[in-house]
Design a protein around this ligand. Structure first.
Ligand code: SAM
Length: 279
C-alpha cells in the first residue's frame, strides 16, 4: 500500500510526499510532532501537519537564515536562536569563528529530542556538546522580554504564525527584540511565502520598519516550502546587509552548499510584485 503525507499549504492547496516509513509520531505539550522518511525529500520533520525541514533541502534554509545576518554583522560574538529545534541554524552559526556563544531557546523539548535521534545531520551541533552552544527549553517570547542589550545577532527560526509561534510575529515581540540587541545589533526572521502569506509579510515589514532604521527582505528557493520561494526579513540598527563589502567574506571556508558572497547580494533583488507588497 502506498502511504502519502500531505501538507495543506492553503485551504485549497496541498503538497504530498510519498512516505517510505514513519519514524516517529507523537503529541508534545505544544504540537503534533512527526518524522517521516519520504522518497523525494528523505527524512522530514513535520509539526502540526506542516513540513518544517527535510534532509533533501534543509541546507538552503539554514544557510540563508544564518549566514546572511552573520556576514552582515562585522563582529558577531553573541548570538541567540529562537525556535530552531531541529538544530540546523545553530549548526551554521557555530561555523563562524568569531561567535563565542550561541544560545538557543526552543519551546518544545520533544522537537529537539526527535531531531537528535532521527535527523542527526541537521542537529549535529546539539549532539556534539559544543561548548559554544547552550540550549534552553522555554518560550522565546518570555526570554526576549527579559533580555536587554545582550545580543549581536538574533535569529528567529520559528514555525508558522499559529500555535506557540503566533506571538513571534507581533510588533510587541519586535520591540523586545530591539531591546535585547546591542546598539549595533541585528535580527532575522523567516517570514514565510511571498506568494501565499502576502498580508503577513506586509504587516511584519511595517512593524519591523517602525522600529529598525534598516529593514531588508530577501528570498531563497526552497522546494519544501509553499510556492518554492521563501522570504526572510532583517531588522538592523546599524549594518545594512545590502551595503556590506563582500570582498573579504570567508564563505569558501565554511563548507556551504547554497550561500556564497554573490548570493548575499542577489538574494535582496526582489521581483516587482514583492517590492510592491513591501511599499
Ligand atoms: N525551518 C522551519 C520552517 O520555517 O518551517 C522552522 C523550523 S523550527 C522546527 C521551528 C521551531 O520553533 C519549532 O521547533 C517550534 O517548536 C519552535 N517555536 C514555536 N514557537 C516558539 C516559541 N514561542 N518559543 C520558542 N520556540 C518556538
Amino acid at each position: 500500500m502506498e502511504l502519502w503525507f500531505s501538507e495543506f499549504q492553503t485551504k485549497n492547496l496541498s503538497m504530498s510526499a510519498r512516505v517510505k516509513e514513519t519514524l516517529y509520531m507523537g503529541k508534545s505539550e505544544f504540537q503534533d510532532v512527526a518524522v517521516v522518511d519520504t522518497h523525494e525529500f528523505g527524512r522530514m520533520l513535520v509539526l502540526d501537519g506542516v513540513f518544517q525541514t527535510s534532509i533533501f533541502d534543509e541546507y538552503i534554509y539554514h544557510e540563508m537564515i544564518a549566514h546572511v545576518p552573520l556576514f552582515t554583522h562585522p563582529d558577531p560574538r553573541k548570538v541567540l536562536v529562537i525556535g530552531g529545534g531541529d538544530g540546523g541554524s545553530v549548526r551554521e552559526v557555530v561555523k563562524h569563528s568569531q561567535v563565542e556563544q550561541v544560545e538557543m531557546v526552543e519551546i518544545d523539548g520533544v522537537v529537539v529530542e526527535v531531531s537528535k535521534k532521527y535527523l542527526p545531520e541537521i542537529s549535529a551541533a546539539l549532539i556534539s556538546d559544543n561548548p559554544k552552544v547552550s540550549l534552553k527549553i522555554g518560550d522565546g517570547i518570555g526570554h526576549m522580554a527579559a533580555a536587554e542589550n545582550v545580543y549581536d545577532v538574533i535569529i528567529v527560526d520559528c514555525s508558522d504564525p499559529i500555535g506557540p509561534g503566533e506571538g513571534l510575529f507581533t510588533y510587541n515581540f519586535y520591540k523586545d527584540v530591539y531591546k535585547a540587541l546591542k546598539p549595533d545589533g541585528l535580527f532575522v526572521q523567516q517570514t514565510e511565502s511571498p506568494f501565499y502569506h502576502q498580508e503577513l509579510l506586509c504587516r511584519l515589514n511595517k512593524d519591523i520598519k517602525a522600529l529598525f532604521p534598516i529593514t531588508r527582505t530577501y528570498l531563497a528557493h526552497i522546494p519544501l516550502y509553499p510556492g518554492g520561494t521563501h522570504s526572510f526579513t532583517i531588522g538592523s540598527k546599524k549594518y545594512d546587509p545590502v551595503k556590506v563589502d563582500t570582498a573579504g567574506f570567508t564563505d569558501s571556508d565554511l563548507n556551504l552548499r547554497y550561500y556564497n558572497k554573490e548570493l548575499h547580494k542577489s538574494c535582496f533583488a526582489l521581483p516587482n510584485f514583492v517590492q510592491n507588497l513591501l511599499k
